[in-house]
Design a binder for this molecule. Structure first.
Ligand code: PLP
Length: 421
């Protein structure tokens, strides 16, 4: 082990030993014994693993309270509604939403962006209007705006990044104008980990009269950026990237904005009255939750929010930051490895390439050793193109990763290098 690698075990914020084991033991998929070859899971930016308490909460709903919500009067239905609405309250509290009715359950950030694009923005824009996003965006925060621009004749503008991978604030400001109707920005880049200066972006956008949508897919489980407190108008999160289930997420919106928006989908549970000659709609959030919702998903997400609180958000952020520093230092001193992007503030995600070895080969060989890292364009093709890459290897860290995982990764990379030399 190199001196650099030895030094890191003393980083005080890093979870090691019993604390790390205690966290890890809560994830059934990761708690195989050493002899089975413990999995090193470094792909939480794509989807995190689920702790036992989230799985239990969902099973408990299905085995003890399974019924539809908002409909039945019998005890089970009341229990199901209580669990579902209880989850909404937990999420409202996590997001510091002024009103619980501002929390709308959706499938994830993708559906959240589509909902806001179609229901909020589409009726409000036309030729001459502009939508401003950044080059850091995931395709989910690109394509729905491209579609709405195509549908309405509005123009989609994209703020540049610097060579380091930071948002170029000067370029962003130069593209903001009284024509800008909406700014949509990620809090953290899923491809290179850039943390966007949200406070400045929101302030500038509002000064120009634009509404602000914040994509929190990569930030909700990695710190307290508080977009709602910073004045965002919409904020979206995905449950499966924050230890919760897949197929559930939330879009938070200012109540006055949600109240003016037409429904996104029609169906049961989003109406007050349906007549032959028309329909009276329910108020938000029901207005945007047509049909039977993902009840177990919401319950699981509510439990995931508690799990995050139990971990201690500040300690978790400090652990992940320390681990990322270890990773950066070790990869920087690894000959033949080049880290892609060096943003001023980076959180939870790191991309790199290995000179002379195709990224897919690296990921495949690491997989043979039980190390899961992501390879590809990370659904951020415009960003990778700007950085001169078509594919990178991406490591993303979570509560259950430790410096022993980094050791396994480095050993794996050394073996890959030996094969290709
Ligand atoms: N935005 C960012 C920054 C992401 O990383 C992702 C998923 O990776 C999404 C949006 C889309 O999230 P989902 O697939 O949960 O809808």
């Amino acid at each position: 082990m190199s001196e650099v690698r030895q030094a890191r075990t003393s980083a005080p914020a890093l979870w090691t030993g019993a604390r790390l084991e205690e966290v890890r033991s809560q994830f059934p998929l990761l708690s195989a014994s050493e002899s089975d070859g413990r999995l090193v899971y470094f792909d939480s930016a794509s989807t995190s693993q689920r702790p036992r308490c989230v799985l239990d909460a969902m099973e408990d709903y299905y085995t003890r309270a399974n019924a539809n919500v908002h409909r039945g009067l019998y005890g089970l239905a009341v229990d199901a509604t209580r669990l579902y609405e209880g989850a909404r309250k937990k999420i409202a509290s996590l997001l510091r939403a002024p009103r619980v009715e501002e929390v709308v359950f959706v499938r994830g950030v993708t559906e959240a962006v589509n909902l806001v694009a179609q229901s909020y923005l589409r009726p409000r824009v036309g030729p001459g209007d502009e939508i401003l996003i950044t080059l850091l965006e995931h395709h989910s925060n690109f394509v729905p705006w491209q579609i709405v621009a195509e549908q309405t004749g509005a123009t989609l503008r994209v703020a540049a990044i610097t060579d380091q991978g930071d948002l170029d604030l000067e370029d962003f400001r130069s593209k903001l104008s009284s024509r800008t109707r909406l700014v949509s920005v990620t809090a953290t880049s899923n491809a290179i980990g850039t943390v966007v200066p949200l406070a400045e972006v929101i302030e500038d956008a509002h000064a120009a009269g634009a509404t602000v949508f914040v994509d929190g897919a990569q930030s909700a489980a990695h710190g307290d950026l508080d977009p709602v407190g910073l004045g965002a108008d919409f904020y979206a999160i995905s449950g499966h990237k924050m230890y919760g289930p897949t197929g559930i997420g939330v879009v938070w919106g200012r109540f006055d904005l949600l109240s003016e928006m037409p429904p996104y989908q029609g169906g049961g549970d989003m109406i007050r009255e349906v007549r032959l000659d028309g329909v009276d709609f329910a108020a938000p959030p029901q207005l945007f939750e047509a049909g039977t919702p993902n009840i177990a998903g919401a319950v699981g997400l509510g439990r995931a929010v508690e799990f995050l609180e139990e971990l201690g958000p500040q300690a978790l952020v400090a652990h992940e930051k320390a681990l990322l520093e270890v990773l950066v230092r070790d990869l920087e001193s690894f000959e033949g490895v080049r880290i892609v992007g060096s943003p001023t503030h980076r959180a939870s995600v790191l991309s790199f390439v290995m000179e002379g070895v195709h990224a897919q080969d690296v990921a495949t060989l690491l997989d043979h050793e039980g190390i899961c890292i992501r390879v590809g364009h990370h659904c951020a093709q415009p960003l990778l193109h700007r950085l001169g890459e078509t594919a990178t290897l991406r490591v993303s860290v979570a509560a259950f990763n430790g410096s022993d995982d980094v050791d396994r990764l480095l050993q794996g990379l050394e073996r890959v290098q030996r094969i290709f030399r």
